[in-house]
Design a protein around this ligand. Sequence first.
Ligand SMILES: C[S@@+](CC[C@H](N)C(=O)[O-])C[C@H]1O[C@@H](n2cnc3c(N)ncnc32)[C@H](O)[C@@H]1O
Length: 254
Amino acid sequence: MCKIFGYSIKLTILLKGSTIMANNTQKLVYGSSIFRKLMSSLNTKFQFRLLSFYNDKKIIDLIKIVKKQVDFAFYPIEAYHVYSIAKSQSKMDGEMAEVGVFQGGSSKIICEVKNGKELHLFDTFEGLPKVSEKDTHFGKSYWKTGEFSNTSIESVMDYLSSYKNNFFYKGKFPDTSDPIKNKKFSFVHLDVDLFQSTIDCLEFFYPRMINGGVILTHDYHTDGVKQAFNEFCKDKKIPQIQLLGSQCTITKIE
Ligand SMILES: C[S@@+](CC[C@H](N)C(=O)[O-])C[C@H]1O[C@@H](n2cnc3c(N)ncnc32)[C@H](O)[C@@H]1O
């Protein structure tokens, strides 16, 4: 009886939270840090439940482990999208790359399913490059130059050392892109937060994607990332598929 009562309270909180979220998400979530933490925690719990309803336990355990090991700010469903798309693309020709590695959270998810493919990992490992006036978040400035500097190439190399065929590049992309200029890619994960970094990545990688290759980005809800995709995709008439959460994906069709 007590258990049922407990579940019903949890369910009520979850449902109330979801309704409030749906009604006025941005204002509530970004207006108060306490509310943000509460909603983030409820959202994470709810998304784990949803994932366990539809998917095998392996991915849920993997996301939980990564969240314990490193600072990894992806919601479970966003991490699942990285896992699911990388897994499916691992069966195609071409290598994989990620720009925006930070402490290696999303890189580890890709490593788990890359099926021995080369994974080329790029980051300044010194935090975000210069933030511009385009890099707003729901219309307000948000990112800070140098943010995410609490990492190092050595610590990420160590974290991913059990996986084969990983290649690490320290510095500002695309300055570091020369070693991969003749490669083709089936999957590229972008998590660079900024307009200039995103457009530079799209210009470099899109022509190097195989037919059917997928580029997935995080933080598409931010103004800079969305503007970079819109500008890049518009003239080429590339469809952008926005996913649940903050991600968007494009596919190269020749
Ligand atoms: C939000 S963090 C990435 C988070 C990571 N994917 C994870 O799983 O936790 C964004 C990263 O993008 C990197 N970054 C942004 N623009 C870059 C560029 N042009 N070249 C290299 N790294 C860049 C920053 O250094 C930062 O570590």
